[in-house]
Ligand binder design. Structure first.
Ligand code: NIG
Ligand code: FE
Length: 414
């Protein structure tokens, strides 16, 4: 048991315990100007002014003391949407996009996600692990202490199970907390090209039971998009996923407004993600059912599309979270600071709203808000010491890494 005392920091944190912050609450943070906090055995034990934290010490003496020298401190970033388990990059495809080919055209021609499926199927477990571990190390350097990773480059039962085993191993063998999501419904694989309904049946009858039995994934996600899975097919897959005990997520209205956000509301999904083309009705349905919007501004940037309507979502009472979407195709972005900066400069979130979006609301979107997402007693002592006075430094120093150090469970890891 070690007891560590951190003093003289400018501490910024959401303070709502485990509930997400929506509407006007999203931009409200606790701020301790000359703040300190106590870390007991890897968890926050107290936070606040020196006098309050000292009271909590009673007659115990900290094993170590750290002077934060007036630097800003925030909770570690939680990245609630990544596809960070893959075996090869797709830079050639990116060049094709720069020359005018669209993301969905490339997928239709057997590239895109399907090209990653080929490289993942032919990689060994160790190759897949090594490639992904390097990605995770980079996200950690940029301050991500908890990360969700989706499967979805296997698209057959065996390879999806294998991907989830690798994702599980990443959680055990890297410093970060990893939350695994099953995304067998990421695309229709080549072998079902002429029979997409056959793949929906395979998902419902074969994959979902096998993944549930394996017991690694907590969430089930689906790419509801023109030319991928329709709203009606998505509903059938998600209904079955719920029967098997998964919590639901939807890649919704990323390129076209199919009504994915409304379907996420109707299905009481935990989150709807992307939402670049989400309609007013879709946003209203999400607000009504408390579905969190996981927004991915680096993907919009990389696809050269307009950002999601984050301000409208916040005004309508939808809790907004931010994520990188780290993947080999639509968005090869490992940096939550870059996402934060796009959210402030491109989607007009205030720095306070962006901080809640990339910590507490992000944690809630992946079922981790009891353990992560704020500097509050009882949560994991995951935090960032910034090279700046306020969280606005991520937008002020856009494209940089204004982070002095990254701490996971009370240990300095980057
Ligand atoms: O979130 N939209 C679907 N899935 C990913 C992209 C995956 C890929 O291109 O490999 C996304 O953008
Ligand atoms: Fe995605």
């Amino acid at each position: 048991m070690t007891l560590k005392l951190f003093k003289h920091g400018r501490i910024y944190t959401p303070l709502t315990g485990r509930d997400p912050a929506a509407g006007g609450e999203q931009g409200k943070l606790a701020f301790y100007e000359d703040g300190c906090f106590l870390v007991d055995n890897g968890q926050f034990a107290a936070v606040g002014a020196m006098a309050d934290v000292e009271k909590c010490l009673e007659d115990r003496c900290p094993d170590q003391e750290f002077d934060l020298e007036g630097a800003a401190v925030i909770p570690g970033f939680v990245d609630p949407h990544t596809h960070a388990c893959f075996a090869a990059r797709r830079e050639t495809e990116f060049s094709m996009r720069l020359e005018g080919k669209s993301y969905l055209e490339i997928l239709k021609a057997g590239g895109g996600i399907l090209s990653s499926v080929r490289s993942v199927r032919s990689a060994s477990d160790q190759e897949l692990f090594d490639f992904s571990r390097a990605l995770l190390a980079s996200t950690l350097f940029y301050g991500t202490t908890t990360i969700e990773i989706k499967s979805g480059y296997g698209l057959d039962t065996e390879t999806e199970l294998r991907m989830l085993r690798v994702i599980d191993r990443l959680g055990r063998e890297t410093p970060q907390t990893v939350v695994p999501t099953f995304m067998g419904a990421h695309a229709v694989p080549e072998e079902f090209k002429d029979n997409p309904e056959g793949y929906v049946s395979l998902l419902r009858e074969d994959m979902l039971p096998a993944i549930a039995e394996q017991g690694i994934a907590r969430f089930c996600d689906i790419f509801c998009e023109e030319g991928v899975f329709s709203v009606e097919q998505s509903r059938r897959v998600l209904q079955r996923a719920r029967e098997w005990g998964f919590r639901l997520k939807v890649h919704a209205d990323e390129v076209h407004d199919l009504g994915g956000a409304a379907m996420a509301g109707e299905m009481r999904a935990v989150s709807a993600e992307h939402l670049l083309a989400a309609s007013d009705a879709g946003i209203a349905a999400m607000a009504k059912e408390g579905v969190v919007a996981v927004l991915l501004p680096a993907t919009a940037y990389s696809l050269r599309k307009p950002f999601a309507r984050a301000r409208t979502m916040i005004e309508k009472g939808v809790p907004v979270a931010l994520a990188t979407d780290l993947n080999p195709g639509s968005c090869f972005c490992e940096s939550m600071p870059f996402v934060f900066s796009l959210a402030v400069m491109g989607m007009e979130l205030t720095p306070e709203e962006a901080l809640t979006a990339s910590t507490l609301n992000a944690a809630w979107a992946i079922g981790m808000s009891r353990e992560a997402g704020s500097i509050e007693p009882g949560k994991m002592a995951d935090f960032l010491v910034l090279d700046g006075e306020t969280p606005a430094v991520f937008a002020y120093a856009s494209g940089a890494r204004p982070i002095r150090s990254v701490w996971k469970l009370g240990e300095c890891v980057a």
